[in-house]
Each structure stands twice: as C-alpha cells, then as structure tokens.
Design a protein around this ligand. Structure first.
Ligand SMILES: NC(=O)c1ccc[n+]([C@@H]2O[C@H](COP(=O)([O-])OP(=O)(O)OC[C@H]3O[C@@H](n4cnc5c(N)ncnc54)[C@H](OP(=O)(O)O)[C@@H]3O)[C@@H](O)[C@H]2O)c1
Length: 326
C-alpha cells in the first residue's frame, strides 16, 4: 500500500459501479500489507476509505506472515506493488508465487518478478488456471503488453527504440534549461519521480530492466539484465547537453533492442535524437516506444505525463482481464 497501491484502491472505488454494471465484477478488499503495517486481513472486507486515510481499520486481523495472511484473506486476485529489488526481484516473486499457489490471480506493477521469474510465474499460473499479468511494469498504464497480446496476434517484433525512463528525461531537460546535475535531480525528486537514491535511473538500470522485460515477453528471448549494454547519463557534460538541444538534436536516454539472427542485441545509452523523431516527443515524465514489426514497419506508442494513477489503471486492466476470463 504505497503510492501505486493507494492509487489502485482509489481507482477501484471510483470504478466500482462501472465494474459491476459493465463486467459483473464485485470486489472487496480482504487483505493489505506493507513493510511498516505488516499483514492485515479480514475475509469480510477491510474499509478502503480507512486505509486511504492512513488508519488501520478496526476489523483488521493481524497475520504473522504471508501464508497465514493468504489463508485468512482468501483472495481471488493479489496485487503486488512493493518496491523493486534490482538484484533479486524479492520478496515480490515470493508474494506472487504464493498467491498463485493459493489459487489467486497474480498482478504486479513491480518489474523484478518479470525480470527474474517470468517463466516460473507464467508456468505456475498456467498450472493453477490463473493469470500472471504485469501491464504496468513498462510505460505504466499504456497498453504495451496488451497491445500485442490482444490486438496484434501472431505479429513478430523485430526490434524497438524508445525513451522509457522519466527521471533521466527530466534531469536532461532541467540541465538544458540551465540547472546543474544536482539541482536537476532535486527537481525530479520534488516531482516525486526520482528515488531518494536516483542512481538506478541515472546509471540506466531502470531502462535496461524495461528493455530486458520487453525483449523477453514481446520478442521471446530470455535476455539477462547484464546482457543489455548500459551507459547512463552521468558521463555527459552539462554544456554538451545544452549544445545538443540548441543544435536541434537533444540527448535522450535511448533504450533499444534488435534481432540479430537467433538472438537480440540490446542497449541503453544517451543518444542525440532529431526534433522530428518520435523519441523527441518524450518530454517531462512521458515515455515513448517505437516498434518495428515483420508485418509492418513502424508503430509508435507515446504516453504523456503519467503518474501513479496511470500505473494503477494498468493494474485495473489486468484485474478485469483476469477475472473476466474465469
Ligand atoms: N510510481 C509509479 O508510477 C510506478 C510506475 C510503474 C511501476 N511502478 C512500480 O510499482 C511499485 C510500487 O511503486 P510505488 O511508487 O508505489 O512505491 P512506494 O510508494 O515506495 O511503495 C512501495 C510499497 O511497498 C512496500 N514494501 C516494500 N518492501 C516490502 C516488503 N518487503 N514487504 C512488504 N511490503 C513492502 C512499502 O511498504 P512501506 O511503506 O511500509 O515501506 C510500500 O508500501 C515499484 O515496484 C515500482 O517500480 C511504479
């Protein structure tokens, strides 16, 4: 129940009537967890309004651990939105695995489980007759995975090129306007985009993880994070960044992948992009990705200034998809 979890609960409340009327979906929140709050559950439901006010609902039962929590909450679907653990994907993988073993759909906004346990979780979900879905992990609520799964069946992705990290985008723009690196990072932190420790973004890890996920899911190639060539933006001189913008070809942290015979070559690095390129449309927290397919040459998806609400929307889409298919 962090930023994304709270945005998701607000969205469930806002869409309650439409979920019932259009999809016949009724829901109640039977469990909630965070590091500080611990594991809270009640099979009859917990008050979402109290939780959003930061209160522990009176009806909440405290559970000692995940296993006990699942057995009390009896969820149909579990939503995983804990912090990313870049080197292991844990404990999110264990949360999702336990949910599937319990017979619940497993939905996540956390990239770690897709990076480190995509095959396992997918197999477990198939075996359990449940869904493992993760639309929000790349480009928040924009339909990247659903686009291919739902509307482009049997298409083959040859490659893609995009701007997938908001922090570096904002930092580069702030430097273009005259700020130094430190002030630019502080601006991204004040906007709630950058972490207290922004190094994962600035060194290109966040974008590289997204590349590895896209390559695994959309191109069927089990690329490891270490196999994505990675260069962040810290090696760029501030003056060089300003000159590039003035020259009409600004720097962006470009994430790309292309099929090379049986394998995929992937990288994240700062590149100059022309003002007329689709990649230059990524301003502020926006993201953009341009796909090349066997079937047609180019398809570009641009997501303008998303926040946690867009991420929550991706989880709602996964929820509808999972429970409607039951
Ligand atoms: N923010 C976005 O728009 C966005 C977009 C796409 C994907 N995501 C992904 O969504 C996830 C959540 O992001 P956020 O912005 O909501 O982060 P956040 O506000 O920091 O929330 C993370 C939540 O996870 C909890 N948590 C962390 N480690 C835990 C553990 N070991 N056991 C149980 N709970 C744990 C935290 O509990 P405490 O509060 O008690 O520490 C907190 O409630 C991340 O994986 C992020 O990469 C976010």
């Amino acid at each position: 129940l962090g930023n994304v979890g709270r945005a998701f609960v607000r969205l469930l409340l806002a869409k309650r009537d439409q979920l019932r009327a259009q999809y016949g979906i009724e829901w109640r929140l039977t469990g909630v967890a965070s590091r500080r709050m611990g594991w809270l559950a009640n099979p009859e439901g917990l008050s979402p309004e109290s939780l959003l006010r930061g209160e522990i609902p009176n009806e909440a039962q405290r559970c000692p651990d995940l296993k006990h929590w699942l057995s009390v909450a009896q969820p149909t679907a579990l939503f995983e939105a804990s912090s990313l653990a870049r080197t292991s994907g844990e404990p999110a993988i264990s949360h999702l695995r336990a949910a599937l073993q319990h017979g619940a759909h497993a939905i996540t906004a956390n990239k770690g489980p897709v990076l480190y346990a995509y095959d396992d979780l997918q197999k477990l979900a198939e075996h359990a007759g449940r869904r493992f879905l993760f639309e929000s992990t790349v480009m928040d609520g924009a339909p990247v995975f659903n686009l291919f799964r739902e509307t482009l069946p049997l298409s083959s992705v040859r490659g893609f090129r995009g701007v997938l990290n908001s922090t570096t985008n904002i930092v580069l723009e702030e430097i273009e306007r005259g700020a130094d690196l430190r002030a630019a990072v502080e601006k991204a932190q004040a906007l709630g985009i950058a972490e207290t420790d922004p190094s994962d973004d600035l060194e290109g890890f966040d974008a590289a993880i997204k590349v590895a996920i896209l390559v695994r899911v959309l191109m069927g190639c089990p690329l490891r994070l270490e196999e994505v060539e990675r260069e962040g933006i810290l090696g760029l001189e501030e003056e060089e960044i300003r000159r590039a913008r003035a020259g009409g070809a600004p720097y962006k942290l470009v994430a790309e992948a292309h099929r090379v015979s049986e394998w995929v070559k992937a990288s994240v690095r700062p590149c100059r992009v022309s003002e007329s390129s689709p990649l230059a449309q990524a301003r502020g927290t926006s993201s953009v990705v341009h796909f090349e397919l066997e079937e047609f040459f180019g398809l570009t998806l641009v997501e303008t200034n998303p926040g946690p609400e867009a991420t929550a929307y991706g989880m709602l889409v996964d929820f509808i998809r999972a429970v409607s298919a039951c």
